[in-house]
Design a protein around this ligand. Structure first.
Ligand code: KG4
Ligand code: ZN
Length: 341
C-alpha cells in the first residue's frame, strides 16, 4: 500500500537521522544530523561521544522530521529503526526512541538491517528493476556482495575478511594526514595525483573468490610512506603535495579496481543483468565512473544510490521498512540493538 506512512530512525554510527516516507519511494522529509565535527579530532568515530550526541539529538531530529513532513505523530502507521549492525551504544539510542514511539502510538515497530538498507537506497529512485541483481555494499564498516532476489531476500556471496573499503580510506587518510572522514578527503587529494604512480597491491584472494581484503593495501601505503620519509617526525612531513596526491590517487585506483572486478565476477557467476551499488564509498566519483563503464560494456543495468542516500540516512531505512510492513514482519518491544548483523 503506497499510502502507508512510516517514520524511520537511524543511529548506527555517527549520523542521527530520521525520515518520513509515504509508501516505498515518496520521501516526505529527511533529516541527517552529522557528528563528523565531534569525531574529526580523533580520526575516527568514538563510541562514547557518538552515543551521547545521539541521545542529545534524537528527539529534536525526530521532531523536525515530523514537522517537515507536515504530519502529526498520530498519522503514522509504523516506526522503523536500524537495530543492527553498527556501534551498539549508538544503535541503542535509535532503538529506544523507536520503541517508545511505537508503544506510545500503539503502532507496529519494524527492525531494519542497516546494510540491507544501504542496498535499498540504490532502488529508491529507480523503476522496473529486474531481479535477481548483484549487489555491492561498500561502507565504513562493511564490504559485501549479495545476490538480491527481492528487497527482503539478500543472499551473501562474499565479504571482507579484514578491513572494510571505507575503513581503508579512513585509515589511509590518517596515514596521509588528511582530514576525517577519509573517503572524501582522499578523493579530493587524488584529483591532482597520478593513479598509476605507485603500484599498490590488489588483493583478489584467488581467482573465483568474492571475498575482499583491504588490510594489505593499508600496510603497503604505510610502508611506502615510511620508505619515503625516514627522518620526519610525521610520516608525511617531508612529502610534497604532489607526492601525497599520487599516493591518494594510486590507493583509490587500487581499491576501485578490486571493487569493480569482484562485482563483475559476481554478476557473471550470478548471471544477473542488474548491479546495485550502495554505502558510503559508493559516493566515490572514480568508483561510480568506472563501475558505470564496465557495466555499460557488458550490457548490465547499473543502479547506484543517489549521492544523498550513499552515506548514512533514514530514508533507506524507511523505504526497506515499507517492504517489511507489507509482509507483516514486525518486531516486538523487546527488540535489541546488535553490533553484528
Ligand atoms: O555508509 P556510511 O555512511 O557509514 C557506514 O555504514 O559505515 O559510510 C561511511 C564511509 C566512511 O568510511 C567514508 O570515508 C566513506 O564511507 N566515504 C567515501 C566517500 N564518501 C564517504 N569513501 C570514498 N570516497 C568517497 N567520496
Ligand atoms: Zn552505513
Amino acid at each position: 500500500n503506497q499510502k502507508t506512512l512510516i517514520l524511520a530512525i537511524e543511529t548506527s554510527c555517527d549520523e542521527t537521522a530520521a525520515a518520513v516516507l509515504r509508501g516505498e519511494k515518496n520521501v516526505l522529509s529527511s533529516v541527517v544530523s552529522s557528528q563528523a565535527d565531534l569525531h574529526k579530532h580523533y580520526g575516527g568515530v568514538v563510541p562514547e561521544i557518538a552515543s551521547r550526541a545521539h541521545i542529545e539529538r534524537i528527539y529534536p531530529v525526530v521532531d523536525k522530521t515530523v514537522q517537515d513532513a507536515g504530519i502529526e505523530l498520530s498519522d503514522l502507521d509504523a516506526v522503523a529503526v536500524a537495530n543492527c549492525p553498527g556501534l551498539s551504544v549508538a544503535l541503542i539510542v535509535g532503538v529506544t526512541a523507536a520503541k517508545t514511539l511505537a508503544f506510545m502510538l500503539d503502532i507496529p515497530l519494524i527492525s531494519i538491517n542497516h546494510i540491507h538498507a544501504h542496498l535499498q537506497s540504490a532502488m529508491i529512485e529507480a523503476e522496473d528493476i529486474a531481479l535477481p541483481a548483484t549487489a555491492l555494499v561498500v561502507s565504513g564498516g562493511h564490504t559485501s556482495i549479495y545476490s538480491c532476489k527481492s528487497a527482503l531476500e539478500l543472499e551473501l556471496a562474499g565479504s571482507t575478511i579484514d578491513d572494510a573499503a571505507g575503513e581503508a580510506f579512513d585509515k589511509v587518510a590518517q596515514i596521509l594526514n588528511l582530514p576525517y572522514p577519509g573517503g572524501p578527503s582522499i578523493q579530493k587529494a587524488a584529483e591532482k595525483g597520478n593513479p598509476k604512480a605507485i603500484q599498490f597491491p590488489r588483493s583478489m584472494l584467488g581467482k573465483d573468490s568474492l571475498d575482499f581484503s583491504f588490510s594489505g593495501i593499508k600496510t603497503a601505503v604505510l610502508y611506502h610512506c615510511k620508505g619515503q620519509n625516514m627522518k620526519g617526525s610525521s610520516l608525511v612531513s617531508d612529502m610534497s603535495e604532489k607526492e601525497i596526491a599520487d599516493i591518494a590517487a594510486s590507493f583509490q585506483q587500487a581499491v576501485v579496481d578490486v571493487l569493480v572486478k569482484k562485482t563483475m565476477l559476481a554478476a557473471e557467476i550470478q548471471n544477473s543483468g542488474t548491479v546495485l551499488l550502495g554505502g558510503g564509498v559508493a559516493a566515490n566519483k572514480i568508483l561510480r565512473e568506472q563501475m558505470k563503464q564496465k557495466c555499460e560494456k557488458r550490457g548490465i543495468r547499473l543502479l547506484i544510490a543517489p549521492m544523498k542516500y550513499c552515506t548514512d540516512n533514514a530514508v533507506m531505512i524507511g523505504s526497506l521498512a515499507w517492504h517489511k510492513y507489507n509482509a507483516g514482519l514486525f518486531a516486538g518491544l523487546d527488540l535489541e540493538a546488535s553490533s553484528s548483523a
